[in-house]
Design a protein around this ligand. Structure first.
Ligand code: PLP
Length: 384
């Protein structure tokens, strides 16, 4: 079946006990195991559920849904995207070396460079849009490559197949943060990745009403290692948050298609605006990574960024736009304009930011479901 159908039907069936179409929201911390103990001599298997940190039927439904959509064997849900990232990284040991793209999600870079470094994980940051930099950074203790494409906030493209080939030749695991694309547009496991990570807070949840994260492993053995961290470290989500993500995933296709069309429309129109210096969107014909992106994804996605000509214009835009919230995050039904230098990338020193192209004229847009003409009119008055 096509992904649009699988978004609705995969991972769970009608609830057998009630006939409900929706996944039952099982709000419990523990499960009665007395049936198992009634006759322990009869060799019965231990019950599937014993304690809700270890497993909960609502959470397991989401885990099966995301594993199916990404084409992996095992899925795991977490209390946030960064909890999914940290728990997946928790499979490594002191002395292991990780190669990460330098423009991965700021919070992921921060825990790698602080928390995990303190616990003995070595890190090399590379420009993964040049896969040879990965090859050159491989050492005898290198265990994994961590990638994200398109990157944030400049929508740079990494060639997943080229990077994965280099990693596999050296026997390394490949982790890919697929938050921006979602499995609707891009499935890294089909390209050879081992672990896919998500902030379900963004497009999967889709309504700016929940913080949540997911990890999917291609193989079962690797899944067991991630499960040991999920259960042992315990950064699990509550069933109500999980339920909201399951509901969000049902409408992923219609939201993404609409938001992508709006991103395409706004990026083209803004590019012609006299106060706009540049627009970054993989859907634009002259985006430098377009050919690679089109070869590994089925859509340009629904996030773009642009630079105004002056700082005053950028600040004026954020202050005057009426339809876009000036906020962190993306992928919700409301349009969000974020200002990386004061928000997601504020902790990076200015010279380093400038080197990466993250200037104080840069604004990232995540269009919501508003009418695109209204958004354009609002953006034009905000730039006027
Ligand atoms: C938001 C985000 C994260 C972190 O997710 P949280 O849900 O905020 O913890 C990780 N990766 C990417 C690409 C993100 O956009």
């Amino acid at each position: 079946m096509k992904l649009g159908t699988r978004l609705i039907h995969s991972g769970h069936d009608t609830d057998p006990s009630s006939g409900a179409l929706g996944v039952p929201l099982i709000q419990t911390s523990t499960f009665d195991q007395s049936a198992y103990f009634a006759d322990p001599a009869d060799g019965r298997e231990a019950p599937r559920y014993d304690y809700a940190r270890s497993g909960n039927p609502t959470r397991n439904a989401l885990e099966e849904i995301i594993a199916g959509l990404e084409g992996g064997k095992c899925g795991y849900a977490f209390g946030s995207g960064i909890a999914a990232v940290s728990s997946a990284l928790g499979i490594f040991s002191a002395g292991d070396h990780i190669i990460a793209a330098e423009d991965i999600y700021g919070g992921a870079y921060r825990i790698l460079n602080t928390f995990f470094r303190r616990w003995g994980l070595e890190l090399t940051a590379v420009d993964a849009s040049d896969p040879e930099q990965i090859r050159r950074s491989i050492k005898s203790n290198t265990k994994a490559v961590y990638l994200e494409t398109p990157s944030n906030p400049l929508l740079k493209i990494t060639d997943l197949k080229a990077c994965i080939t280099i990693a596999k030749e050296a026997g390394l695991l490949v982790l890919v943060d697929n938050t921006f694309m979602t499995p609707y547009f891009q499935r890294p496991i089909e390209l050879g990745a081992d672990i896919v990570l998500h902030s379900a807070t963004k497009f999967l949840g889709g309504h700016s009403d929940v913080i949540s994260g997911l990890a999917v492993t291609a193989a079962k053995e690797l899944g067991k290692r991630v499960y040991a961290v999920q259960n042992g470290f315990g950064a699990v989500p509550g069933p109500w948050d999980v339920w909201l993500v399951i509901r969000g995933i049902k409408t992923l296709k219609v939201r993404l298609e609409t938001q992508q069309a709006t991103a395409r429309f706004l990026s083209r129109r803004l590019r012609e605006h006299p106060k706009v210096e540049a627009v970054y969107y993989p859907g634009l014909e002259d985006h430098p990574g377009k050919a690679v992106h089109d070869g590994q994804s089925s859509g340009a996605g629904a996030v773009f960024s642009f630079k105004t000509r002056t700082v005053e214009q950028a600040l004026g835009f954020l202050g005057r736009t009426k339809l876009a919230a000036a906020a962190v995050s993306l992928g919700g039904v409301e349009t969000i304009a974020s200002y990386p230098v004061r928000m997601s990338h504020a902790s990076i020193p200015k010279p380093e930011r400038e080197r990466l192209g993250i200037t104080d004229t840069l604004i990232r847009i995540s269009p919501g479901l508003e009418d695109p003409e209204d958004l354009l009119e609002d953006f034009e008055q905000a730039l006027a």
